[in-house]
Design a binder for this molecule. Structure first.
Ligand SMILES: Cc1cc2nc3c(=O)[nH]c(=O)nc-3n(C[C@H](O)[C@H](O)[C@H](O)COP(=O)(O)O)c2cc1C
Length: 157
């Protein structure tokens, strides 16, 4: 069973989560990098990131290689921005007709992730959603995150 974790991370929490999970399950990873990155330092990130969400922006991505046919399963991991997945995830979904089983991970600072999971699931009509995992502040809670990832990995196909 070959798995690819597609992820975006501005401040490292989703990257940490992705790399740990990839290590546990032996998955490949694909980092989505916007052409015009937002600065991770300072408060302007909340303005620019929030603006992307409320204007339904689809930020252009730097070139990447995605061979869907090489994988049985995808995991999509993103920070929650303004109660949504980060907009680069929508760009990726828009640019690729995804047809695999998909599990979703959302790192956050306390938001209820039910709605963002539902919104992303609705954008993947040809996919079976096999699981969802919200993770609060993974870099501040690495041990708890690892435990949750281990549990989650048992539920994946
Ligand atoms: C623009 C922006 C908007 C955010 N909005 C939310 C939010 O609505 N709810 C929440 O719980 N956390 C929110 N956060 C916090 C991030 O979801 C959280 O810190 C996440 O783990 C960051 O992941 P990263 O380190 O991979 O970028 C926001 C962060 C940014 C930069």
């Amino acid at each position: 069973m070959k798995t690819l974790i597609v992820y975006y991370s501005l401040e490292g929490n989703t990257k940490f989560t992705t790399l740990e999970l990839a290590n546990i399950i032996g998955a490949d990873t694909l980092e989505l990098i916007p052409e015009k990155p937002i600065k991770a330092k300072g408060f302007s990130k909340f303005f620019w990131g929030g603006k992307q969400v409320v204007t339904n922006e689809l930020p252009k991505l730097k070139p990447y290689t995605f061979k869907q046919e090489d994988y049985d399963q995808l995991i999509i991991a993103s920070p929650i921005w303004a109660s949504r997945f980060a907009p680069v995830i929508s760009t990726f979904i828009n640019d690729n007709k995804i047809t695999k089983s998909v599990a979703l991970i959302a790192t956050n600072e306390g938001s209820n992730c039910t709605k963002p999971f539902q919104i992303i699931s609705d954008k993947l009509p040809n996919c079976k959603i096999t699981g969802t995992l919200p993770l609060m502040t993974p870099l501040k809670n690495p041990e708890e995150t690892m435990e949750k990832l281990k549990e989650f990995s048992k539920k994946l196909i």
